[in-house]
Write a protein that binds this ligand. Sequence first.
Ligand code: ATP
Ligand code: MG
Length: 394
Amino acid sequence: MRCAIVHYHELALKGRNRPFFEARLVRNLRQVLRDLSVTQVESLPGRIRISLPNETPWKLVKTRLARIFGIANFSLAQSVPLEKDAHASLDALKSAIGDAVRELPFTTFRVTTKRADKRFPMTSMDVDREVGAHLCRLTGKRVSLDNPDLTVHIELLARDAYYSTQREAGPGGLPVGISGKVACLLSGGIDSPVAAQRMMKRGCKAVFVHFHGRPYVSRASEEKVREIVQLLTQYQLYSRLYLIPFGDIQRQIVLGAPAAFRVVLYRRMMLRIAEELARRERCWALVTGDSLGQVASQTPENLGVVEEAAQLPVLRPLIGMDKIEITEQAQRIGTFETSIEPDQDCCKLFVPAHPSTKTHLDQIRKAERGFDLDALVKQGLEGAELAEFRFPAQ
Ligand code: ATP
Ligand code: MG
């Protein structure tokens, strides 16, 4: 039988959480492959088996699995049933592997066996040696333990042995969904998509919130953000994006507060509105793409003043990364090209020439006294539009 064998990092699993972790990973795998005629995804001891119909292209499966967090590695494998007679089983395995590698281009190889079920009467080393010797005889190729061109992986389970010659690295992390939900403030810039993806990698489901400058700017930033969310949905399979009109709220801040405080006041309003949505969506934290010292809103002083506006924890996964590292990461996850498209989001609206880089909480609170903050939050929420995204698209 043609299948994919998926391995996860045992170390990532803390004892009692394991069944939960596995069940979630199985569910995510079923979902990401559902349009590829894949019907069977099963938990076996220590690994997951995905039965692959012959018409399901491996290349496509490979790209999909490479984005499913929780996978340490995965391989395209074939199975051979294990009979009562271990020697007969081993012969069947040898001949199947011989047929499989005969046409492959390689000069050196090794065999790596894992005996997951100890009832099989031979050790992994015995199997390595037996199969290795058979392949040498059959192909005339050499064994190289340190740097082989081809590695044949064998896994011995209770009823079947699996072998494969292609093992791919997975993305690591924890299955999306096991760490609850977080509300990610997504700007359309380079940083915030990377921050959101980091949280997904730790098992969080991201709910996205974008503040746009309509009616003062065009829809460009919204289109960009939709595209970014579509890309990020490949990692979590279902996304919700809230689009919040922020232009008018900004205009009110501009009219009623000192120019130097605007940036901090905007950010505090964003957090308040996002927090309200986060509570409705049962998120346990807010996430931003802040990186220390990058812009006026990200100085040591202002970070603290901004986050004081929210009660939920404000997570900043990129806080200690510099722009080059973040940019590389954005390229790797596929959002960079979209992020650098020119746009006009609300951040470019009503920006003061000299934003204060060191605000104090009492100053800012005083500046906020002139506003009906609850009414502004309400205004944002009432204008909210919800968009949903699915991968694979239905
Ligand atoms: P980014 O590349 O993510 O835009 P940045 O370096 O441009 O970040 P800022 O514009 O100060 O920095 O934004 C800091 C963070 O505030 C962003 O990473 C994002 O989480 C949030 N944010 C900023 N603008 C918006 C917006 N229009 N909608 C939603 N969140 C925003
Ligand atoms: Mg920005």
